[in-house]
Design a protein around this ligand. Sequence first.
Ligand code: PAF
Length: 280
Amino acid sequence: MRTITDIKEMQNYSKEQKRNRKIIAFVPTMGNLHAGHISLVKTAKRKCDILVVSLFVNPTQFGAGEDFDSYPRIFKEDIIKLEREGVDIIFYPSEKEMYENSKTSVYVDEYSSILCGISRPSHFRGVTTVVAKLFNIVKPDIVLFGEKDAQQAFIIRKMVKDLNFDITIETREIIRESNGLAMSSRNSYLTDIQRKQASHIYKSLIGAKDLIRNGERDIENIKNYICKIIKDSGIEKIEYIEIVDDNNFNLIDSINGSVRILIAIYVGKTRLIDNIKVDV
Ligand code: PAF
């Protein structure tokens, strides 16, 4: 396994692999790797000749007052995990390498200002900008993302289509802790009590899925059901509970076809998101 920190070196490496007709798979991350990331890495490994993982805590996707400074940076632990999975290249650039004198950003209109984009207005611009840059640097054929960040994955697919990146985007199901809590780098901020409270997010989603499967079609009834379970667990701050058409991420007022229920809440100061797909 080799660590590359320089953009030109990464680009030249990838060009050479392409000349040799190698398939490059890529898993972009901000490090602090958990089982969700590792599962993406394992899947990616089966699909390629060369596997690249990036570790870069991207400053432009954090808003003022968010956890950019305290975001866990555990490079040494991360590389041990990645070496075990047979990763070929770790791309580990500095902030200066990625952004010095940068004036350009990529923004996917409409979808970046709904759901998480309401409370985090600059977040998705930061994500799409860094992901577009990483695509141009790593030159992957296949890129894997987790479905926990379902809005992010949708927006990235849209960017890839709109900007004609010749890249296949694949997503994989959420990996959960044994109590149902979706794996997230931010789970490490939770106390034991908060972790227990947070497990009710998934319980509410599973319950809502059952309600829909048993014929409930009223969006407000479904949202109220979720809200009650979450509030009963002691979680006080719900940012949103929304239901979208899973094919186009439009908010819906009636259920038919595949929908996705999405939630953002705060447990203490920690913001958590989760979602579930329901096929009707
Ligand atoms: O999902 C993440 O970890 C980040 O948003 C990503 C895609 C690595 C971009 O910084």
